[in-house]
Design a protein around this ligand. Structure first.
Ligand SMILES: Cc1cc2nc3c(=O)[nH]c(=O)nc-3n(C[C@H](O)[C@H](O)[C@H](O)COP(=O)(O)OP(=O)(O)OC[C@H]3O[C@@H](n4cnc5c(N)ncnc54)[C@H](O)[C@@H]3O)c2cc1C
Length: 463
């Protein structure tokens, strides 16, 4: 089937997936729940709502089609990690709140895995855990700090453990390995196939999907959507905004979420002898201890999919298909990948793409549920939304339907992040942070020493 829109990113994942072509919403209608955005947040919210009340009438509207956003293009890590440190969550709530959130994320990975298995969603799911490598002493220190932080919150080595260089090499052989941390709470998957599986299930549960329907305004009980035939109003008892990196396009939410681009590449399938050299037989997801995040997985079809953050923020939170490719960033990512895995040798990089993730001003994920206006929203996962969207969606659904008397909200519920600064301060601030982070990594690599000032500043700027 033809793709519904011309500018689909040339992602590895979308090749045989995401062929949805839902019609735009054509007339004023009313529902129990209207969900704006058909990424994981929107899809999981519908899933949890229907688990609690199967008779709800639900419509999901997307400005494009399901999976067009980060959910269809991400690195495929379904992990129990969050953009907030345990310390940061404890500071916003208390130590027990941080522990509860972490335990919920751990459980969510298994719940998602069980759901995928029980519903026969073929998305290359494999729970091999995650490795974070250190290739210099400072990265090793950072990895050890992370482990001791988790111990401070009562998580033992079954949550996260230290691996010696030999133990780490037994899992995956990367260049210059000084040790690693390992946590079992992560699975690798093909993200677009998960979107497809969830959409099919929701269709079978009578959820109505609409594509090419961009919501321009949300008020209590009503959304206005722009379509090719003009503006359409839809009435609803509840409205859920699940628009993540695209949020700033709606005037009323312009300063709520900043979109940051993350970019990925994928190699052609590697040969058996290359895989013998690299190891990686348990398909752990892989990152390292540098400040600017990189992430990799061995795909089910034997490629390396490798991504990196740190691309400059676009003025006024602009977002668009023309940003999905960035030759400069893609070549930096390729360089990092080839340095880490020299055995890739002459094998080609066959796919390059990018997408926007969503960041709140304090880097804190939230699920907002307003019982007066009946408007809810969820997001701000930075680069950790695959499992976290499941958790946030469950909080939204439970709070809306109010069915569980023993329900204890997690610290993300109704957390209010400050708004981003107006431009040009936002542009200057975010890009300064990104440049500083990059500089910290370069200094560490070149001198083996921390740039103390830069590290101090980063701790102040990124809580
Ligand atoms: C390159 C990349 C790699 C990543 N890697 C990982 C990873 O490995 N692991 C991980 O946990 N996380 C990762 N993330 C983050 C993760 O993908 C996201 O946090 C998650 O997919 C967010 O899901 P979402 O449904 O909230 O948003 P999205 O998937 O972005 O969905 C938002 C949807 O809303 C629609 N929309 C927006 N505005 C409107 C509107 N006004 N009207 C109607 N529809 C609208 C969009 O078209 C889109 O389909 C990555 C992100 C990127 C970009």
């Amino acid at each position: 089937m033809e793709k519904a829109f011309a500018q689909w990113p040339p992602s590895l994942w979308s090749e045989n997936s995401l062929n949805w072509n839902f019609p735009e919403i054509s007339s004023s209608q009313s529902y129990d729940v209207v969900i704006v955005g058909a990424g994981y947040s929107g899809l999981w919210t519908a899933h949890h709502l229907l688990n609690l009340n199967p008779s709800l009438s639900i419509a999901i509207l997307d400005a494009q089609q399901p999976g067009f956003g980060a959910s269809g293009r991400n690195g495929g890590w379904c992990s129990a990690f969050s953009p907030m440190s345990l310390e940061a969550v404890a500071a916003q709530s208390n130590k027990q709140g941080a522990i509860d959130l972490q335990n919920t994320l751990v459980t969510s990975v298994d719940e998602i895995g069980a759901h995928i298995a029980n519903s026969n969603i073929e998305c290359g799911w494999h729970k091999g855990g995650t490795l974070s490598f250190a290739s210099n002493q400072l990265q090793l220190d950072r990895i050890r700090e992370n482990i001791s932080m988790s111990r401070h919150f009562g998580f033992d080595d079954s949550f996260m453990d230290y691996l010696t260089p030999d133990q780490a090499k037994d899992c995956v052989r990367i260049q210059d390995c000084l040790g690693a941390s390992y946590s079992p709470h992560c699975a690798a998957l093909q993200p677009a196939q998960l979107v497809d599986g969830l959409v099919k299930q929701l269709l079978s549960r009578n959820v109505q999907f609409f594509g090419s329907s961009r919501v321009s305004h949300i008020t209590s009980h009503r959304v206005s959507a722009d379509t090719s035939k003009g503006s359409v109003s839809i009435d609803s008892k509840w409205i859920i905004r699940a628009t993540e990196g695209f949020t700033a396009r709606m005037k009323q939410y312009r300063r709520d979420v900043a979109p940051l681009y993350s970019y990925m590449i994928a190699t052609e399938p590697l040969s058996d002898s290359q895989w013998k050299d690299i190891g990686w037989s348990n398909r752990e997801t892989v990152s390292d201890g540098r400040n600017l995040v990189i992430y990799a997985q061995r795909t089910a079809d034997g490629r390396i999919a490798f991504g990196g953050r740190g691309a400059p923020y676009k003025y006024a939170s602009r977002i668009g298909s023309h940003f999905d490719n960035n030759a400069n960033i893609h070549s930096l990512i390729e360089k990092s990948m080839r340095e880490m895995f020299p055995v890739i040798g002459d094998s080609d990089v066959t796919h390059r793409w990018g997408g926007a993730l969503g960041v709140h001003r304090d880097w804190f994920t939230s699920a907002q549920i307003d019982h007066k206006s009946h408007i809810a929203s969820l997001g701000g996962y930075v680069g950790d939304g695959v499992a976290f969207s499941y958790v946030a969606a469950k909080e939204v659904a439970t709070s809306i339907l109010g069915t569980a008397s023993d329900y204890l909200p997690l610290p993300i519920v109704n957390h209010v992040s400050p708004r981003w600064e107006p431009e040009p301060l936002r542009y200057i601030g975010i890009n300064s942070i990104l440049r500083l982070t990059n500089r910290a990594d370069e200094t560490e690599k070149r001198t083996g020493r921390k740039n103390r000032f830069v590290n101090w500043l980063l701790r102040k700027l990124i809580p």
